[in-house]
Design a protein around this ligand. Sequence first.
Ligand code: SF4
Length: 299
Amino acid sequence: MKCRLGPDGIHLFDRATGLNVLIDEVRVPEGQWSVAPRQVSIAVTNACDLTCAYCYAPKHRAHLDPKRLCEWIVELDDAGTLGIGFGGGEPTVYRHITDVCIYAAEHTGLAITMTTHGHKWNADLVSRLKDALNFVRISVDGTGATYERLRGRSFAELRVRLDLIAEGFPFGLNCVVNAETVGQLTAVADLAAEHGAAELLLLPERPTAIGRGAPRDVLDQLETWVLSYSGSVPLTISEDAAISMPTAVALPNETGLRSYAHLDASGIVHASSYSEAGQKVGEDGVLAAFGRLAMTEVA
Ligand code: SF4
């Protein structure tokens, strides 16, 4: 079990069960707060074999050196990070992904998750990652013909992959919410329940250089749907979209870079995967880069 000290108290976390215990009766002096972000997403590569129109992953070729990545992961673990999430691009096209996951599982107490489109998973990959991954997030935007139009892959094939992944790992579905998918949220939630997903993460499409993001009427429809939802699969939502939603915030004082940060495939740390501002990780390590980023955010 990992122990993290922060502004909300003492946070105990067990990656094997997903158990979180917060002892908030204890006020931890600021000088003892963990200096690393609680959760770090890591884009191991920018490469992907799909071409989703709303993809915000950088399009230049880049991937992380596995040796340096393993050093940074250990550094994060030692400094109090509780979990890392591998993504991209598509992490399963990164040829070092199984080695890095296994290394992280064996040398740290971090919870290790992966966000994937799911289509490259087979029995061999499930077997190799079985003892190394704690949770898998599968991107499923809409169902049936909508999914096939947006992702350019067979929906029937996706369902086969969902069953395959479900045999090896607890998993959740991630759904980008936009004008094309908002009317299909019930179908996506039913899909999640049918395949045994542990959660459905709602991701309203963000405005980026290539897209305007989910418009106001889509966000209104999303809110109406959430308020009337009675399905069995728990819902979660991206933090920036949660403002008008009935969400529970377990750690209200651990915000910004203390709660979350992103490491991109070029070895640059950001406050989020959408943020342009960043700091390159140098020879002084990943925590020093987070420290420089925090200074620029304050300035
Ligand atoms: S699967 Fe993900 S990384 Fe690949 S193109 Fe689609 S959104 Fe981008």
